[in-house]
Design a protein around this ligand. Structure first.
Ligand SMILES: *Cc1c(COP(=O)(O)O)cnc(C)c1O
Length: 444
């Protein structure tokens, strides 16, 4: 049977799995699993803060024929012939990324942010060097020196955390610890920290203590690219990010930005230090993402993400849910469910019963282990992509809050589930609202 490329592209766009009957004929087992996942995504209120839905344009490139090309090396310096077109694609991705963030040097080959982070550590440090990063429970990331991660095993790791009263980073405390530890590298940016980070203050501490500063912007990168939250780039020697959270690309793919003087070391650390050949389809998809990010619709989208996170917070607060740090400056909220007699895991399961997907998460000074934890992390990026607005987010917040308050009320659960299903009825995964108008994007 001749392959149907139109269908394949439609399939890649994520909206047409159900109609992909050639896969159903060729591999019914896989087709049925894909269909189930498609249904799950459509029918869930996705509040997982690290998920999003990428645009059809971006999705069509990921998995395209570019993925078959071996392009080991960097543009102009490959180990394999026939790279002239993929060289131009990678150069385009780099140029777009540099323009977007105003950074001096960029690398787009890392397969994930965790790998980019490990490469960065290798580029900058020797084993045993001291690093200072945010505690995992206070919002940090495992690749910032967790004992079970390679970053925690190779380096001498010290942590700072949030203040017990504000649950926000206490810069005076960071300054004191840095003066004691004299780290070579200070890391800021996290996975469950709902507030803006004062990158300028971190840069000051780094200057005083003769340290280098690394901002990991994986969660807020899209918001930062759209300039609706403050940028880390002017203040940090290094910036790493994934491209699939608020940045709205598919998973996999990360960027590493740095000052010019570190460019060579950073590139060498990714290849040949850690990775082999890059995935050129992934890099092309990121080039498309970077163009999309520069379009006015993405700025509108990012503003909507912030507005919706605030509406979600308001709904939760109305129902008496305690939010870590009292609220949010970003897409991300961390709810403390202790006062309802629930663990984070209980809450995660309860939410699933009304069709809301989120994740249990440790909170600062958590008394429970990570496997159950006391918090639930939520984010507005994915459902904003589907086109929901502040009134819907407010309603989701009050419904989640009511559910947490009355976990035993099964009549309410049934009603809430039906209400949410109705809210999602007919919504595509990627709202046409965020597709750039052809006339506008052709301005060049
Ligand atoms: C999500 C995240 C990462 C890891 O991204 P992957 O692409 O999943 O490896 C790294 N750092 C931070 C702060 C994150 O939130």
């Amino acid at each position: 049977m001749a392959p149907d490329y139109t269908r394949r592209l439609g399939f890649a766009s994520g909206e047409c799995y159900d109609r992909n009957d050639s896969l159903a004929i060729e591999d019914p087992e896989l087709a049925s699993l894909l269909q189930s996942e498609s249904r799950r995504q459509r029918e869930s209120v996705t509040l997982v803060a690290s998920e999003n839905f990428s645009s059809p344009r971006v999705r069509a490139l990921e998995g395209s024929l570019l993925g078959d090309k071996n392009a080991e090396g960097y543009p102009g310096k490959r180990c394999v012939a026939g790279c002239e077109h993929v060289d131009a694609i990678e150069a385009l991705a780099i140029a777009r990324l540099k323009a977007l963030f105003g950074c001096e040097h960029a690398n787009v080959q890392a397969m994930s942010a965790t790998i980019a982070n490990v490469a960065l550590l290798q580029a900058v440090l020797k084993p045993g060097d001291a690093i200072l990063s945010m505690r995992l429970a206070d919002g940090g990331h495992l690749s910032h020196g967790a004992p079970f991660h390679v970053s925690g095993q190779l380096y001498h790791v010290q942590h700072y955390g949030v203040s017990e009263t504000t649950e926000q980073i206490d810069m005076d405390r960071v300054r004191d610890i840095a003066a004691q530890v004299r780290p070579k590298l200070i890391i800021c940016g996290g996975s469950s920290y709902p507030r803006n980070i004062d990158y300028a203050a971190f840069a000051e501490v780094a200057k005083e203590t003769d340290a280098l500063i690394w901002a990991d912007i994986a969660h807020v990168a899209g918001l930062m690219a759209a300039r609706v939250v403050p940028s880390a780039v002017p203040h940090a020697h290094f910036v790493t990010s994934s491209t699939h959270k608020t940045w709205r690309g598919p998973r996999g793919g990360a960027v590493l930005m740095c000052r010019q003087e570190w460019g060579y070391a950073v590139d060498r650390a990714i290849f040949p230090g850690i990775q082999g050949a890059p995935k050129m389809d992934m890099i092309a998809a990121r080039a498309a993402l970077f163009k999309e990010t520069a379009e006015p619709e993405f700025v509108q989208y990012s503003k909507a993400v912030l507005e919706n996170a605030n509406a979600l917070a308001e709904g939760l607060l109305q129902e008496g849910v305690r939010l870590v740090s009292g609220g949010t400056d970003t897409h991300l909220l961390l709810a403390d469910v202790t006062r309802f007699g629930l663990s984070g895991l209980d809450a995660e399961r309860l939410l699933m019963e009304i069709g809301v997907t989120a994740n249990k998460n440790v909170i600062p000074f958590d008394k429970r282990p990570p496997s159950s934890s006391s918090g639930v992390r939520m984010g507005s990026a994915a459902m904003t992509t589907r086109g929901l607005g502040p009134s819907e987010f407010l309603r989701i917040g009050t419904m989640v809050g009511t559910l947490l308050r009355r976990p035993d009320n099964s009549a309410y659960r049934i009603r809430a589930k039906a209400d949410l299903a109705e809210m999602l009825e007919g919504l595509p995964l990627f709202s046409p609202r965020w597709l750039s108008a052809p006339s506008r994007s052709s301005r060049g």
